[in-house]
Design a protein around this ligand. Structure first.
Ligand code: NAI
Length: 462
């Protein structure tokens, strides 16, 4: 069999120890992979000025697959997370986190077998944040139709390929009606292309409760980025914690597999690290490459090792990293016992075309977010040009017109102006130019309608 080259990032802290364990196990199993080692981590900031040099990204682009050990993210200093940089630079739009109960690892449940597919690039992780006033910070939560559809399509394709029966979309569309509404709608549109796979949806809060009471009811879960980040760690906890939680970041052209835990500086170099999570990530990579026979032999050896009670300290055992690795290696079945099982399983998702829908939108009004330096309710004009003041809100609750409710009000107000006749973008410029200087506007949002259908949310009490 031809050897495939994969990029290996050994990372920081326990990264080199657990990477070495995977290399040893793969080489004992004769896995047809050649490793191309590449730099990333805290040490690269000193060496190259950033945590991940371009040569490493080029290596992943060239090889199309990588296994990454954890890297340390310095707190402060303005350095972007290496993981986020990899995901964004390579457009790795889906994060895939399987959670499966393992033998020999005592947890509250022994029947968990679910896969989380998390949209990996959008949501509040766009890093679009601004201070609006000394009192108020803002983060833009961008959910896109194409990004949501890509992640949904990956979830259904993966379900189809791996014989799973149901995909459940997790959201909060009852509150975040526009953003999560788009995520849910995109999921439902994509689901129509997969009549053989069941689909349903659940609110994120209900999901959390169900996961910690009856996790066995779930099969494949699809979530937006932030909910997915949290729920996937919750699911890791269901099967034994971060030491056994693998993950893959999948794009159209390349994929990066990584252990979910961090660089564990507290135990680095002591021979205590558990290599299971990165090993399972490596197996996820092999499955992605279609090397299923090799995956199965190593998976069986890992299970037998755990069943024999050979575990690292984090799982309540006494084995060192090396002893655990050796125990797995000694249980790997001979290669000829699994011949003929190798089939490519790579899922290629073509990038979604952009929608043309916006052509029918018209401007219905504008939200102007202003700072009130005195802290009192701003005296905004009732009309400016062809716009009429509809309401003022504070922290999403209407406080004008009518009696202001007794709520905490900060120094940041929204004036909502509706157009009284059809308006153009120039009319908005005129409104902002004429805006009272006592209330500097910090941020504006155009309110669109599609026909009579508003494409924006109402304030509480509006
Ligand atoms: P951590 O996951 O490194 O450690 C949390 C606790 O779990 C520690 O007590 C550690 O000893 C233990 N632990 C983690 N992995 C283990 C393993 N394989 N075997 C045995 N014990 C293990 O999280 P922490 O301390 O919050 O972060 C340390 C550094 O890692 C930070 O700089 C953080 O930014 C970075 N990090 C990197 C990630 C990545 O590269 N994928 C993910 C999460 C954190």
């Amino acid at each position: 069999m031809n050897k495939q080259t994969a990029t290996l990032i050994k990372g920081d802290g326990i990264g080199p120890e657990i990477s070495h364990a995977v290399q040893t196990i793969f080489s004992t199993a004769n896995v047809p992979i050649t490793w191309e080692e590449a730099d990333a981590g805290l040490y690269c900031i000193e060496k190259y000025g950033n945590g991940i040099p371009q040569e490493t990204l080029d290596s992943i682009i060239r090889n199309k697959v990588a296994l990454k050990a954890p890297t340390t993210t310095p707190i402060g200093g303005g350095h972007k997370s290496i993981n986020v940089t990899i995901r964004k630079s390579l457009d790795l739009f889906a994060n895939v986190r399987p959670s499966k109960s393992l033998p020999g690892i005592k947890t509250r449940f022994d029947n968990v077998d679910l896969i989380i597919v998390r949209e990996n690039l959008e949501d509040t992780y766009g890093g679009i944040e601004h201070m609006q006033t000394p009192e108020v910070a803002q983060c833009l939560r961008l959910i896109t139709r194409s990004g949501s559809r890509n992640a949904a399509r990956y979830a259904f394709e993966m379900a189809k390929l791996s014989g799973r029966k149901r995909v459940t979309c997790v959201h909060k569309a009852n509150i975040q009606k526009i953003t999560d509404g788009l995520f849910l709608r995109s999921f439902q549109e994509v689901a129509a292309d997969y009549p053989q796979i069941q689909h349903d949806d659940i609110l994120i809060d209900n999901l959390c409760m169900q996961l910690v009471t009856k996790p066995e009811q779930f099969d494949v879960l699809l979530l937006p980025n932030l909910f997915g980040d949290i729920a996937s760690d919750l699911c890791a906890g269901l099967v034994g914690g971060l030491g056994v939680a693998p993950g893959g970041n999948i794009g159209q052209d390349s994929a990066v597999f990584e252990a979910v835990h961090g660089s564990a500086p507290d135990i680095a170099g002591k021979g205590l690290a558990n290599p299971t999570a990165i090993l399972l990530s490596g197996l996820q990579m092999l499955r992605y490459l279609g090397l299923n026979g090799y995956t199965k032999r190593i998976e069986d050896a890992l299970q037998q090792t755990l069943e024999a009670g050979i575990k690292t300290g984090d799982l309540g055992g006494k084995a060192s990293t090396q002893e655990f690795t050796d125990a797995i290696c000694s249980r790997i079945a001979p290669e000829d016992t699994v011949s003929g099982q190798e089939t490519p399983t790579k899922i290629i998702i073509a990038r979604e075309p952009l929608t043309k829908e916006q052509q029918d939108w018209n401007i219905h009004g504008i939200d102007v977010f202003v700072r009130s330096k005195t802290g009192s309710i701003p005296a905004l004009p009732e009309t400016i040009g062809s716009f009429k003041l509809a309401m003022i809100s504070n922290r999403g609750t209407k406080i004008y017109p009518g009696n202001a409710p007794d709520i905490l009000m900060v120094d940041y107000y929204r004036g909502r102006f509706y157009a009284q006749q059809p308006v153009q973008r120039e009319d908005i410029i005129a409104l902002l130019t004429a805006f009272p200087k006592d209330y500097p506007w910090m941020h504006v949002e155009i309110l669109h309608n599609e026909g009579d259908n508003p494409l924006f949310s109402k304030a509480q009490g509006e």
